[in-house]
Design a protein around this ligand. Sequence first.
Ligand SMILES: Cc1cc2nc3c(=O)[nH]c(=O)nc-3n(C[C@H](O)[C@H](O)[C@H](O)COP(=O)(O)O)c2cc1C
Length: 182
Amino acid sequence: MKLLGISGSLRRASFNTALLHAAQELLPADVTLTIHDLHDLPLFDQDVEDQGDPAPVTALKQAIDAADALLLATPEYNGGIPGVLKNAIDWASRKGSARSAVALAGKRVCIVGASPGATGTVRAQDQLRLVLRRAGAIVEPPGEVLVFQAHTKIIDGRLTDERTRELLDRHLQAFLALLPPL
Ligand SMILES: Cc1cc2nc3c(=O)[nH]c(=O)nc-3n(C[C@H](O)[C@H](O)[C@H](O)COP(=O)(O)O)c2cc1C
C-alpha cells in the first residue's frame, strides 16, 4: 500500500509536516508514506495550464496517480485552508492538456491538522472536506484528528504527546480499514 502525504505548510518547522512524519512512524510496515513537497508548485493560472502543465504540476499529478490514497495535513489560516494547499488541489482537480482523468477523482483522502490554537484546524478541515469532495475525492474516515496546542505536543519536529499519537494511530487505522483491497 502506497500513501502520498502532502503538507499544507511550507514552513521548515511545520507542525503539519511533523504530523506526516509521525504517521510514517505509526503506519504498519507494509504501508509506505511518501511526502510530496509543494515548494516548487506555481500558482494556478489557466493560461499556463492551456500551454501544458509545468513540470511540478505533472510531478504532483503523477505522484497522486501512483498513490493508493492520500494523507493531507492542513494548517488553518484565517479560519480556512491555506492557499498553498488549495492551490495544489486546484491543479490536481484539473485534467490538464495531456490527461484523460482528474488526479483527485475517486482518490481516497485522509485529513489531519495541527495548530497552536485551541481548535486545532477544525474550520480548515471542514472546508478541505468540502473542496475535496467537489474535486471528486472520497474523504475518510469520519471523525477528525485536531491537534490543538500543537506547540505543546510537537517538540523539535516530533509528535511527543502519547494521547495524540494514539488518536492519530486510530485515525490512520480506520482509514486503512476503509480502503478497497488492492
Ligand atoms: C496568515 C495566518 C493565519 C492564521 N490563522 C489561523 C487560524 O485561523 N486558526 C489557527 O488555529 N491558527 C492560525 N494561524 C496560526 C497557524 O496555525 C500556525 O502558524 C501554524 O504553526 C501553521 O502550521 P504549520 O506549523 O504547519 O506551519 C495562522 C497563521 C498565519 C500565518
